[in-house]
Design a protein around this ligand. Structure first.
Ligand code: NAP
Ligand code: MN
Length: 257
């Protein structure tokens, strides 16, 4: 089967990209940056996230494969030295495909953003005040620096730095985590992360016009009044090695030094 490929890499790897491209063409792959079947992402997680956002409108007929080069590479199963083995496994169909669901944020009822890791609101100027709802139920009025809603996959990213728990990627859930909440005799919010079932939504409502909305490596300024965050029906299909395991991945990225 002829496969069209694109290589997405962080800058500075032009020679490497050329070299890998030639190896792929030798195996009858065809270079097609705009309409590939398979996207090779070379770099780290940030590169992977950018590659996903570049192809966000055609995700349903794409597979991604991540090749780590000089970064944490949590999302990656392959290192650059494995490329020849990876290529022969690709040709033989000897790999695992995992579907990673994206979350979405519906902003002011007129714009939708997508994220693989998390959607966050942050106020860099003043205390952020937002009502927080799980489905229709009000949880709290939050005051602090910001709020993060992570997917299971994104639980090991910004969410983890904020003290949020890791969520096994085989479990579909949303995790709400606070950024520097104010808790005193006047103001009170939950004060811990809250993992909710993946079919529910988390909404932020209020006077949020100073907030920056962050989604993965991107941000947007939208005169925010309301954002409703839930799982979308978009999925990223990723090629992993056959012995892929979430626990091994966590150990490699966070436990071993
Ligand atoms: P970055 O500043 O390079 O990312 C921060 C670190 O998070 C990098 O080491 C990155 O790995 C790692 N990372 C990204 N996604 C991950 C995941 N799902 N699990 C475990 N680690 C992960 O920025 P970036 O490369 O553009 O990535 C954007 C992401 O950065 C956002 O989605 C957010 O989660 C994260 N971020 C984290 C903080 C924080 O922890 N304080 C603050 C802002 C943003 P690589 O080195 O392989 O890129
Ligand atoms: Mn990065």
């Amino acid at each position: 089967m002829i496969m069209k490929f694109a290589i997405f890499s962080k800058s500075g790897h032009e020679d490497l990209v050329k070299q890998l491209s030639n190896k792929l063409i030798d195996k009858s792959f065809i270079n097609d940056e705009n309409n590939p079947d398979i996207v090779f992402s070379i770099g780290g997680d940030g590169t992977f996230l950018r590659a996903v956002h570049k192809y966000i409108d055609i995700l349903d007929h794409l597979k991604f494969v991540g090749i780590n080069k000089g970064s944490l590479g949590f999302l990656y199963d392959f290192a650059i030295d494995d490329f020849d083995n990876l290529l022969s496994d690709l040709v033989k169909g000897n790999y695992l495909v995992k579907e990673l669901p994206l979350i979405k944020g519906e902003i002011n009822d007129n714009k939708t953003i997508y994220a693989l890791n998390e959607i966050r609101i942050e106020n860099p100027f003043h205390t952020l005040t937002s009502d927080v709802f799980i489905n229709e139920d009000k949880l709290e009025t939050f005051r602090g620096n910001g709020l993060v809603v992570a997917s299971s996959l994104g639980s090991s990213a910004y969410n983890k730095s904020l003290g949020g728990a890791l969520i096994d990627n085989d479990l579909c859930a949303l995790e709400l985590t606070e950024i520097a909440s104010i808790n005193n005799n006047v103001y009170r919010s939950l004060g811990s992360s809250f993992v909710i079932e993946g079919k529910k939504s988390i909404s932020f409502k209020g006077n949020l016009n100073e907030c920056v909305v962050g989604f993965d490596c991107l941000t947007s300024n939208d005169n925010l009044k309301e954002i409703v965050i839930s799982y979308s029906d978009k999925k990223v299909r990723v090629i992993y090695s056959k012995d892929h395991s979430y626990v091994k991945r966590i150990r490699k990225s966070f436990v071993l030094c």
